[in-house]
Design a binder for this molecule. Structure first.
Ligand SMILES: Nc1ncnc2c1ncn2[C@@H]1O[C@H](COP(=O)(O)OP(=O)(O)O)[C@@H](O)[C@H]1O
Ligand SMILES: [Mg+2]
Length: 580
């Protein structure tokens, strides 16, 4: 007896808060949900220290009267549902009545709210769960909630917060998602005296997408439509040549609620396969609409996960609709790019060739008969990874406009043309970087590049690394930079996508704390300069890649860790044909 005790309320509150509030971005998401549920048309966000010091959201929604303003901070206090039945068909973003209580338990909060013109306003101040004061105050109709010093005095939580830049990045992603879902609402974000997002209410959703993702990207989005009776899918799928290094630009919404649903993400990725290079992810903005009773949103305290009553139907509809959108295109612009750095000039792209669309995912799967030599199969079927060095292999043919089939004295080799070329360029760039300043190329025409929210900040912060690899750029207003020079290997016709992708890499590194930025930037430059999947190559060009690969220090893996070549040894062939 006496071992089990009920925790004091303040400890219980903190534990509960931990499920809802993880970082500034989670506070922001909850405040935005509330502002949108309140029917706001304008939402102004102010952040300080990436949200670690201040997250403030001001709206012009319905506001609260003095009693409700106080009650709103109680746990399980909500105006959005009244009974267990209501939970079966939630139509608002919030419903758990937990967010404000949780946030107020772990920060200093001030709410200023007014329920309508001519009504009295109220200010409520709370410091880490303790009510400091409630007083009359004037305000135009709507609500402002300021959250100061998240996790102050809770070192165990505070120390898990990342740098202000990283937290800011997460906050901006939350705003992007909310704003994509609600084009009719205006969103503004200020941080450290600068306006980072300015997205006035957009007449039509496409305008909002261009505002948030950049107009260049928006022009590469294909409309997606799917009707499954009670279920509908709409939105945009990015062309498969617009791929990104992370999943961050797969934006999914269920009944306008931003979600991270593994099932939906899988459906999106499957729809793109095999049109995307390995380790790359599409850009998409997709809305699933279905009756609220067909989806359970009460799965996770942060409400970003959902459960469908008929998941397979949702999956199939999404998969089919994206597939139709992608197939609706005949030619893919990436094909028209001449290969860079390949001797022998660029092969003309076959007009009818659709990269990836007709090529099997890899030789690894189907093409390997089981049990050739009776040994337990290594992971890629009968084909072994090729890490051996030796004289370059001789090209025999290109397969599926994607693989080089080659032979050496040990047997057959299948080489991924893109990753092989990428490896070779990467090693040359590393050598070049070690021996002095890197070669730069003045662009034929300076190019403007529009970066995602937070991109300019990253670029400025990492200016040294970007200049070291050969970029010269200057701010061009808003989220746009003017690029004048690029790493020589990208060529005079460098596509702006390269800089965008490099910035995305830099932003991603912030979050993952991955290895030093510089080699990652070189790897990304190499990736952008290398021949692509889908590009027909001559024997001469294939020979050039194979020779370059043989000279590499690490010919087995690309800088991102992907396998470059697979081999079938002559011995295995002999055994398979009973010639052993
Ligand atoms: N910006 C706002 N405008 C109007 N009412 C708000 C706002 N923020 C919170 N509220 C009120 O406070 C209540 C509690 O908010 P919250 O703790 O987030 O729970 P929930 O959103 O799940 O109901 C809401 O149900 C709503 O009535
Ligand atoms: Mg809420």
């Amino acid at each position: 007896m006496g071992l089990v005790r009920v925790l004091p309320p303040d400890v219980a509150d903190r534990i509960a808060a931990g499920e809802v509030v993880e970082r500034p971005a989670s506070v922001l998401r909850e405040l935005l949900d509330n502002a949108l549920d309140a029917g706001s048309t304008r939402v102004e966000i102010e952040l300080a220290g990436g949200g670690r010091d201040l997250v403030s959201v001001a709206d012009d929604g319905c506001g609260l009267d003095p009693d409700d303003a106080l009650l709103a901070f109680e746990r399980h206090a909500t105006s959005k549902i009244r009974s267990g039945e209501d939970l079966e068909s939630v139509r608002t973003l919030g419903f758990r009545g937990e967010a404000l209580a949780a946030i107020a338990a772990v920060s200093r909060v001030e709410m200023l709210t007014c329920p309508g013109a001519g009504s009295e306003g109220t200010r409520v101040r709370i410091d880490r769960g303790r009510l400091l004061g409630v007083e009359r105050a004037s305000r135009a109709p709507g609500t402002t909630i300021q959250v100061w010093d998240l996790f102050l005095g809770i070192p165990a939580r505070r120390k898990f917060l990342k740098s202000p830049e990283t937290e800011l990045d997460h906050c901006l992603r939350v705003v992007t998602r909310a704003a994509l879902a609600r084009p009719e609402v205006g969103f503004w974000v200020r941080h450290g005296g600068r306006t980072l997002v300015s997205a006035p209410s957009a007449g039509e959703p496409a305008g909002r997408v261009a505002d948030l993702l950049g107009s260049r990207l928006a022009t590469g989005l294909l409309p997606v439509e799917g009707d499954g009776g009670r279920l509908a899918v709409s939105g945009w799928a990015g062309r498969s040549d617009l791929h990104r290094p992370t999943r961050d630009d797969i934006h999914l919404f269920v009944n306008r609620r931003p979600v991270r649903d593994p099932l939906l993400v899988r459906a999106v990725l499957d729809a793109y396969r095999p049109g995307l290079p390995g380790g790359r992810f599409p850009v998409s903005v997709l809305f699933v609409e279905l009756p609220p009773e067909d989806v359970d949103v009460n799965v996770h305290p942060a409400k970003s996960e959902v459960r469908f009553s008929r998941p397979q139907e949702v999956r199939a509809l999404l998969f089919g609709a994206i597939g139709r959108a992608l197939r609706g295109r005949a030619a893919v612009p990436a094909l028209a790019q001449p290969p860079v750095g390949l001797s022998g000039g660029g092969p003309a792209a076959g007009p009818g060739a659709i990269p990836g669309a007709t090529s099997p995912p890899a030789v690894r799967d189907g093409a390997s008969p089981r049990g050739l030599d009776g040994a337990a199969p290594p992971s890629p079927g009968r084909l072994a990874w090729d890490d051996a060095d030796g004289p370059p292999a001789r090209p025999l043919a290109q397969f599926a406009n994607c693989y080089i089939v080659a032979a050496d004295e040990r047997g057959l080799l299948v080489v991924d043309q893109h990753v092989a070329h990428e490896r070779m360029i990467y090693e040359r760039l590393i050598a070049e970087a070690e021996s002095g300043p890197m070669a730069r190329q003045l662009l034929l025409f300076p190019q403007t590049v529009e970066l995602p929210p937070g991109g300019i900040e990253t670029l400025e912060r990492e200016r040294g690394s970007f200049e070291r690899i050969g970029f010269r750029f200057e701010p061009f207003g808003g989220r746009t930079v003017m690029v004048r020079e690029v790493p020589a290997v990208l060529g005079r016709e460098a596509r702006p996508a390269a800089l965008e992708d490099l910035v995305a890499r830099a932003m991603e590194g912030d979050r993952s704390g991955a290895e030093a930025l510089f080699p990652r930037l070189l790897a990304t430059v190499a990736c952008h300069s290398a021949v692509r999947k889908g590009m027909p190559l001559s024997l001469e060009q294939m020979g050039y890649i194979l020779r370059g690969l043989a000279a590499c220090e690490v010919p087995g893996h690309c800088p991102h860790g992907r396998v470059i070549s697979l081999r079938v040894d002559l011995g295995a062939l002999d055994r398979g044909f009973d010639r052993a």
